[in-house]
Design a protein around this ligand. Structure first.
Ligand SMILES: *[C@@H]1O[C@H](CO)[C@@H](O)[C@H](O)[C@H]1NC(C)=O
Ligand SMILES: *[C@@H]1O[C@H](CO)[C@@H](O)[C@H](O)[C@H]1NC(C)=O
Ligand SMILES: *[C@@H]1O[C@H](CO)[C@@H](O)[C@H](O)[C@H]1NC(C)=O
Ligand SMILES: *[C@@H]1O[C@H](CO)[C@@H](O)[C@H](O)[C@H]1NC(C)=O
Ligand SMILES: *[C@@H]1O[C@H](CO)[C@@H](O)[C@H](O)[C@H]1NC(C)=O
Ligand SMILES: *[C@@H]1O[C@H](CO)[C@@H](O)[C@H](O)[C@H]1NC(C)=O
Length: 456
């Protein structure tokens, strides 16, 4: 009773300190038991600590308020803030985005749209497969990378082509296996079958093809990344398109043939078309110049992930996949109740792709701007260089996602490690934390942090 009274008195004092704070916020802290404890602690804490020059942050835990299994229709309400929706409502989309319809009170301003479901990308249906893409048109914030999702039926071919700009082409195989072929500028060739969870990378301007094997009778599907937000998969240079737009006498002269030898070439591009599934172990023709010195594919699925207290991560950048100098990737798993820790990437933009489970992410842009997004499998996320963020598992199954960077190396800075390795007194002067709290900060990066240990 005394404690409750004390907390009410404190809360009233607190209220006078922050007369401009919204009423809803105040009532929320009053009704939350966690807040009364925190408010009383802060008034009875170490008197040597400086009193804050600004009001304390709200003690509202700001959980996501519902999930896809919640029966009731989601409303634009958090505590006393907001009100129900009276007009039309797209309930399935609102169910997937609790932190957009009822944002945490810590959100402020907007960072730009950092979520794009591939489900909203226009499908291009072809004989033998399909393709859809996301670039700066769909997500203006995503200036440094663009993504393409492609599906090929067994044997189907994404035809021999190359790319116009100085960009590489990187891929992660989502299902089945894809056979890749390439010949570099020195006549060195390469053929490999790239399996589920493995990667390929073609340096800028180097021609290549992609073909589904029948390892999976349904063929293959993969995610392509280009280190340029303006990339458009319709702008690639295709073998058949070039020849269809070259005078036949020039073609014949080039190959020292008769025009009649070229009677049956396609009159327009093929792009994606059916073909005969290639054998997995197909070898390229023997080149007098050998094969490419650095393989264009990488068995990422065989890399053993590093375990953390709440999940795992494995990394493929140019330090292990030598040729991949423009793209780096981390594949992360987060167990239920755990999260990818608060961190940022010092010099890299992050293009994210959700493979399994559900997540929420708050992107902190500085100058008081922070915005929270929720993600489902098949969704794309984007975090600009150096923006602070975390990735929290909001479901009851393992969350698995890719962090992809336009960089030769994976790099991150951990908030916990930063604070653990800064003089504690200095940290205390910022945050008014107890010695014991600071002593628990992990000085070794725990990239995926599990729920609080009950013993501590
Ligand atoms: C891969 O595709 C098969 C269908 O061919 C499907 O049953 C399976 O669930 C897919 N696996 C993943 C991980 O998506
Ligand atoms: C990749 O580079 C490292 C160091 O430069 C080298 O030791 C390794 O053999 C290279 N790997 C391949 C597959 O070329
Ligand atoms: C810090 O994190 C590392 C990496 O996950 C882990 O091995 C270690 O046990 C953690 N230390 C503490 C004190 O929790
Ligand atoms: C989803 O929400 C329901 C209540 O609507 C709750 O019982 C359940 O625990 C939630 N699941 C997760 C994974 O948060
Ligand atoms: C969590 O698990 C329960 C029981 O297995 C299931 O019914 C529910 O749909 C799951 N998902 C969420 C988001 O709670
Ligand atoms: C916290 O640690 C500092 C030294 O690092 C010490 O001077 C101070 O007395 C400690 N405070 C408490 C409450 O133990």
């Amino acid at each position: 009773m005394f404690k409750l009274l004390a907390s009410v008195v404190c809360a009233v004092l607190y209220g006078s300190l922050v007369a401009t704070a919204p009423l809803g916020d105040m009532s929320l802290s009053l009704s939350s038991s966690a807040s009364s404890e925190a408010v009383s602690t802060s008034t009875t804490g170490d008197p040597s600590l400086p009193s804050p020059t600004v009001a304390y942050a709200s003690d509202d835990p700001n959980y996501w308020l519902w999930n896809e299994t919640t029966r009731t229709d989601p409303q634009a309400e958090r505590g006393k803030l907001g009100a129900s929706i009276l007009g039309p409502q797209n309930v399935p989309i609102d169910k997937q985005n609790p932190d957009i319809l009822a944002p945490p009170t810590t959100d402020s301003g907007t960072v730009g749209n950092a979520k794009w479901p591939f489900s909203l990308s226009k499908m291009q249906l072809q004989t033998g497969g399909w393709v859809r893409q996301q670039n700066i048109q769909q997500m203006p914030i995503a200036t440094a990378m663009a993504g393409v999702n492609m599906r090929l039926e067994a044997g189907a071919i994404r035809e021999l082509h190359w790319h116009q700009t100085a960009e590489a082409s990187w891929a992660y195989v989502l299902n089945g296996s894809t056979q890749i072929t390439s010949v570099d500028r020195n006549g060195r060739n390469y053929v490999a079958t790239v399996n589920k969870g493995d990667l390929w990378y073609f340096p800028p301007g180097i021609p290549h093809s992609l073909q589904a094997t029948n390892d999976n009778p349904d063929g293959t599907e993969f995610l392509l990344i280009f280190p340029d937000g303006q990339f458009n998969d319709d702008d690639t240079l295709l073998l058949t398109d070039w020849l269809a737009h070259t005078p036949k006498e020039v073609i014949a002269k080039n190959f020292q043939d008769n025009i009649a030898d070229w009677d049956d070439i396609p009159g327009s591009q093929l792009y994606i078309f059916p073909g005969v599934p290639p054998p997995d172990n197909q070898e390229p023709p023997t080149s007098p110049f050998g094969t490419v010195p650095e393989p264009f594919s990488f068995e990422f699925s065989k890399v053993v992930p590093t375990q953390y207290s709440g999940g795992s991560a494995k990394i493929a950048d140019s330090t292990v996949f030598n040729v991949s100098t423009q793209i780096a990737v981390a594949e992360v798993t987060v167990e239920p109740g755990a999260m990818r820790e608060l961190h940022w990437h010092p010099t890299q933009n992050e293009w994210g792709f959700y493979l399994e489970g559900t997540a929420r992410v708050t992107i902190f842009a500085g100058t008081g701007i922070a915005q929270t997004f929720d993600y489902q499998p098949g969704d794309i996320s984007y975090v600009p260089t150096a923006y602070g963020h975390y990735v929290e598992n909001t479901g009851n199954t393992t969350l698995r996602f890719l962090e992809i960077f336009n960089s030769d190396k994976f790099e991150d800075v951990s908030l916990a490690q930063w604070l653990a390795l800064t003089p504690p007194k200095l940290v205390q002067e910022h945050l008014q934390l107890s010695n014991n709290t600071i002593a628990h900060f992990n000085n070794t990066k725990d990239r995926v942090v599990g729920p609080k240990k009950t013993s501590s």
